[in-house]
Write a new protein. Structure first.
Length: 373
């Protein structure tokens, strides 16, 4: 703090108290003309010189100290002394030796109660003043002026209501603009998706057989990785959405387009059948047989659990004959159709790859049926 004061006064760090006082007085005399005159006359610091080194308040509080006469010496005193609250023995008070007087009652006891409305805060002087001024203004009004004021108030309220309705109209206009922007954005997105689908179809028509096989292998790998990392709950939800989407698409499909689609799928199946090796055919047949057996076992267990113990005992007996290969092929085809939706990819090429993988699984079944016939 001393260094800060020295810096303000423009002194060095070695400056003593006398130098600080001298610099302070010079700065005060520079900006205050009254002090400049007092410093010039030498009367600026002679007010409390008679008290000595103590502070003026401490010196005046000492017992037996004589108060120094100031500029108000000889002023008129109070006509009546204030009443004493605490009793003091020997105190003359205001009654000439009759003892201390009783304490004065509080001002709130003698204050006149203010009359006002119930909603008016009696402690608020501003509210009371406003209510009083309002009563004064209305006191001298005639019936005509009073009716005119009421008409102005009603017109003001109507104008405010019109502004509010106008604000509501602006808000509805903004909502309409936002909805229009959203519709335009959806249209642009659909156009972009259509262009992408057209471009991808054109690229598929131009790609070679090797590129197509490589792309489909990458799609199957991505789909398998996603299925491994997928949550069971999300998997069930996705399958339900896919089934609903396929059902809606089948219900709204044009019969001619459906026939074209089935013809294209049959041609693709025949082409893939011709490319299969005996090892691949045997592997697929074994996988289909295992899936069909597992599905039949699950159906028997669910049926026995729902039917009761009598039906379960009847199911334990050996079956009379085995199912034909054609029935197994039909059940396997149904199971493959149920699991075919799992091979769909979330990319734009996923639907084509999923349908092709499903057709590839159904190929041995058709071959078995043809051989049986």
């Amino acid at each position: 703090m001393d260094s800060y004061i020295r810096a303000i006064l423009g002194l060095s760090e070695e400056a003593g108290p006398d130098e600080i006082q001298k610099a302070y007085r010079a700065l005060a005399a520079k900006w205050q003309p009254v002090l400049r005159e007092r410093y010039a006359n030498g009367t600026a610091h002679r007010t409390f010189e008679d008290y000595g080194p103590e502070e003026p308040q401490e010196a005046a509080a000492k017992p037996g100290a004589v108060p120094k006469k100031g500029p108000r010496a000889g002023a008129g005193a109070a006509r009546r002394p204030s009443p004493s609250v605490e009793p003091q023995e020997g105190a003359a008070g205001a009654d000439g030796g009759a003892g201390p007087s009783a304490p004065r009652p509080p001002a709130s006891a003698t204050r006149r109660k203010r009359r006002g409305r119930t909603w008016l805060d009696s402690d608020s002087d501003e509210a009371a003043r406003r209510a009083r001024m309002q009563r004064i203004r209305r006191r001298g009004l005639s019936a005509e002026l009073r009716a005119k004021g009421l008409a102005e108030d009603s017109a003001r309220e109507a104008r405010d209501g019109g502004l509010e309705s106008q604000d509501g109209g602006l808000e509805s206009q903004e909502i309409a603009k936002d909805s229009e922007k959203a519709a335009k954005k959806r249209t642009l997105d659909n156009q972009a998706k259509a262009k992408n689908a057209e471009r991808m179809a054109r690229n598929r028509g131009l790609e070679s057989q090797e590129q197509r096989e490589k792309r489909r292998a990458a799609e199957r790998e991505r789909a398998a990785r996603r299925r491994r990392e997928e949550d069971p709950v999300r998997r069930a939800e996705r399958l339900a959405r896919d089934a609903a989407r396929v059902a809606l698409k089948r219900a709204t499909e044009d019969p001619e387009k459906r026939a074209q689609r089935l013809a294209i799928q049959a041609a693709k199946k025949a082409q893939r059948r011709a490319q299969w090796t005996p090892e691949e055919r045997a592997k697929k047949l074994a996988a289909q047989a295992a899936r069909a057996a597992q599905k039949r076992a699950e159906a028997r267990r669910s049926k026995s659990a729902s039917a009761g113990p009598s039906q379960a005992a009847a199911d334990k007996k050996p079956e009379q004959g085995e199912r034909s290969e054609e029935d197994d092929a039909d059940s396997d085809e149904q199971s493959e159709q149920d699991s075919g939706s799992e091979t769909q990819d979330s990319d734009s090429d996923s639907e084509d790859s999923g349908s092709e993988s499903q057709d590839s699984d159904d190929q041995p079944l058709a071959a078995l049926v043809a051989a049986k016939v």
